[in-house]
Design a protein around this ligand. Structure first.
Ligand SMILES: Cc1ncc(COP(=O)(O)O)c(C=O)c1O
Length: 441
């Protein structure tokens, strides 16, 4: 079929071609992963110069809508930053272990905390950050033995990562990312026009040799999840932390961003690689322990980084709603929450360990040293996901969480009772049997 008819791309200027491709992505004519026509083919089809099409593709790449894949051409990004259809919920008859959510039963109740909030309406002109919230965060970070430097409040870990990246990097810059790693970080990095440089992860965190290689390739920043790594559950142990600090010390200019998204329910001690560095940021999100809908994280960092983030915030959204800041303060400073967090951390550890052990009993190796996910390497992802669905379980194919690493599936164990872990492990073992894999091939 004629490529113009196939994709409906039009335009005589670069900006018209950009708008047309964007429209085709938005309404689903150009699905994620689709290969775009070559520059020459599109130029010929539209009767315009290849320079114009190349400029349009460059603009689309800088916004992360498409990416270049060497000889395989230019493709639509896996999750372009446009309002496209969200992931369909798992069918109601499946037990959904695909979503990465915390257990709602292990989040503190908002009702009592809401009743304690100040009653007067908030107005313009108040300081951006509640000093009591920052003081509480500083005490907690100090107690955890991680640096706290300057502090600010941002709209969640991802918002903080975005703001910190934008404070220092420009499109085309390279960023070292954990592989496997968190898909939303991959998508964010692509949307900012940055280039991902994979760093392999094992159970103790990013591998030092791989980080060395990425730093030699000229990365400007390194994003690391020190504990509860998503999807592998890796947690950086003291010996790995020493190695990584030594590697990073040879590159003092590199920005290090630590994504401590699970904080006190991670099931592993806090650890930081940032002490004494020039440019650093640590994000402690409240999503996994107070609730994802609070959309709040504490940003700690060097004075320049935090000032840039706050300055940019001040000419944009202004501040993170004081209603949310007060609610987080009320919840975080409540003794009942402290007790609940201890119980939650234990429950998450028991649940993920139960699945790792049940899988081991079937001879299946799996990773899940901390956090809420278990990562299970498999020969092929799709047949395992399909076979588990037949058995009543929804799990996530690992593909979107990988850059160069091998196939796997991710199971979120946050709500998986240990008594159910055996059934899931047995279903997974069945899905890996050769006769079943042949049948589904
Ligand atoms: C590694 C990682 N970072 C960040 C987040 C999200 O954090 P936030 O909700 O604060 O943006 C998640 C959520 O699952 C995560 O797995």
């Amino acid at each position: 079929m004629n490529i113009l008819a196939q994709y409906g791309i039009r335009g005589t200027s670069a900006s018209e071609v950009v708008t047309s491709v964007e429209g085709a992505i938005r309404d689903g004519r150009l699905a994620a992963g689709t290969t775009l026509p070559t520059v020459r083919a599109l130029a010929r089809g539209l009767g315009i110069s290849p320079t114009t099409v190349a400029a349009a593709y460059r603009a689309l790449r800088a916004r992360g809508l498409v990416h270049a894949q060497g000889r395989r051409g230019t493709r639509v990004s896996p999750r372009p930053p446009l309002p496209i259809r969200p992931l369909a919920p798992a069918p109601a008859h499946l037990r959904d272990l695909s979503r990465g959510n915390p257990d709602p039963a292990l989040l503190p109740s908002l009702r009592a905390a809401l009743a304690r909030l100040p009653r007067r309406p908030g107005l313009y002109g108040e300081p951006a950050n509640r000093p009591e919230l920052l003081a509480l965060a500083a005490r907690q970070l100090a107690r955890d033995g991680v640096p706290h430097g300057s502090l600010a409040v941002v709209g969640g870990a991802l918002d903080g990562i975005e703001r910190v990246l934008q404070a220092h990097l420009r499109p085309g810059d390279r960023v070292a990312l954990e592989d496997p790693g968190y898909v939303a970080v991959f998508d964010l990095v692509a949307a900012l026009g940055l280039v991902a440089q994979p760093v392999a992860v094992d159970d103790d965190g990013p591998r030092a040799e791989d980080l060395t290689r990425a730093l030699r390739a000229g990365v400007e920043a390194f994003i690391v999840t020190p504990r509860a790594q998503n999807p592998t559950g890796a947690a950086v142990d003291p010996s790995r932390a020493r190695q990584l600090r030594a590697v990073l010390a040879r590159h003092p200019e590199v920005l290090v961003i630590e994504d401590d998204h699970a904080g006190p329910v991670a099931g592993a001690p806090a650890v930081s690689l940032c002490a004494g560095r020039e440019r650093w940021a640590l994000l402690r999100s409240v999503s996994k322990w107070l609730g994802p809908d609070l959309r709040l994280a504490i940003l700690a960092g060097d004075p320049t980084t935090v000032a840039r983030v706050e300055g940019r915030q001040s000419v944009g959204t202004g501040w993170v709603s004081h209603l949310l800041q007060d609610l987080v303060l009320a919840l975080w400073s409540d003794a009942a929450t402290t007790a609940l967090l201890r119980r939650a951390a234990e429950a998450y550890a028991v649940r993920r360990t139960a699945l790792v052990r049940a899988l081991a009993a079937h001879g299946i190796g799996a990773h899940g040293g901390s956090g809420m996910n278990v990562w299970i390497p498999v020969p092929e992802e799709a047949p395992v996901v399909a076979a588990l669905a037949e058995d009543g379980w929804a799990v996530r194919a690992g593909e979107r969480y990988r850059l160069r690493s091998g196939p796997a599936v991710r199971v979120t164990t946050a709500t998986l009772a240990p008594r159910d872990a055996g059934r899931l492990a047995a279903a997974l073992a069945r899905s890996l049997r050769p006769e079943r894999r042949r049948a589904s091939a």
